[in-house]
Ligand binder design. Sequence first.
Ligand code: UTP
Length: 295
Amino acid sequence: MSNRGSIHKAVIPVAGLGTRFLPATKATPKEMLPVVDKPAIQYVVEEAVAAGIHDVLFVTGRNKDSLENHFDRSPNLERTLAERGDFEMQGKIAELADLAAMHYVRQGVPMGLGHAVSMAKEHVGSEPFAVLLGDDLVDASTPVLPDMFAAQQKFGGSILALMEVPADQIHLYGCAAVVETDTPDVVRVTQLVEKPAAGTAPSNLAVIGRYVIDPAIFGLLENLAPGRGGEIQLTDALAALIDTPADSGGGVHAVIFRGKRYDTGDKLSYLKSVVSIALDRDDLGPDLRAWLTSY
Ligand code: UTP
C-alpha cells in the first residue's frame, strides 16, 4: 500500500569531504563553518525540529567529532556560564542537546550521497523520512519542509524540493522534468538527471537538499551501480522510484521552492548566507547595513 503519514525522522548526511572549501575543511567539517554565530548544521537541525521532527540521524565520517560535541551537553562550559550569571547563554548551550533525539551512523568511505542515505536503512524502518543536506541552508523565513510534508500526505511516494535556476547553472544540480498537478506549486516528476551536460537539461528546475523519501529507496540503492563521478547517486535511485508502482512505494512529486536558500559548501554562497542572515538580525543588521553601504 502507498505509504502516507506524518514524518517523524530526519536523516542528515554530513560525511562528505568538503573539497570545495579546502583548506578550511581539512580538519573542520564544512557543516561546522559558522554562519554568524551558529554552525551551519545547527540551522539545518533547527529547521527539521521546527517542522515537527524529533529524531535525527546524522550520517557522519572522519573528522566529524566536533559536530557530535556540538549537540552534546557540555557540563564545564554550562557551569562556567552559570557562575558568570550568563543564564541566557547557558540555556542556549544546554538546549542544543535536547533539540531532538540525535543518532549517528558512520559512512566509512564517502561513496556518494546515495550511499550515505543507504546507511540509514536500519534506523529509518518502514515509514517515509526526511533527508536534509547538512550544507544546504534554507532561510527560516521561507521554510519548505511543511509544504513537502503536506504534499506527501496528499500524493504519497517521495517528494523533492525544486528551485528555478538560470540555464547556465543547471549543470551544477540534479535536474527534473515535471508536469503540473491540481495543487499549485506541486508538480509530478517525470524524469531526473544528475548534473546534466550543458544543453541537455530537461528544464531549469534544480533539486535542492531537502527530500521526503519512501523507504522503497533502500532496495533500489542496494542494487545501484556507481553513477556520475563514480559515486552512488541519490538522484539515480530517485529516478528509479519514478518508474516504481505506487503500491510498492513509487511515485515522485516536488514542491516548487521560491524562498532563500544557500549552499554553504560553496564559498560565494556561504558568504551570501552570512551577510543575509546577519542583515536580518536586530543585534547586527543595522550596523552591518550601514557598514556595507559605506563600503
Ligand atoms: P556534496 O557533494 O555537496 O559534498 O554533498 P562534498 O562531497 O563534501 O562536497 P565537495 O564537492 O567535496 O566540496 C552533499 C551532502 O552530502 C553529504 C555531504 O556531507 C553534504 O552534506 N555527503 C556527500 C555524504 O554524507 N557522503 C558522501 O559520500 C557524499
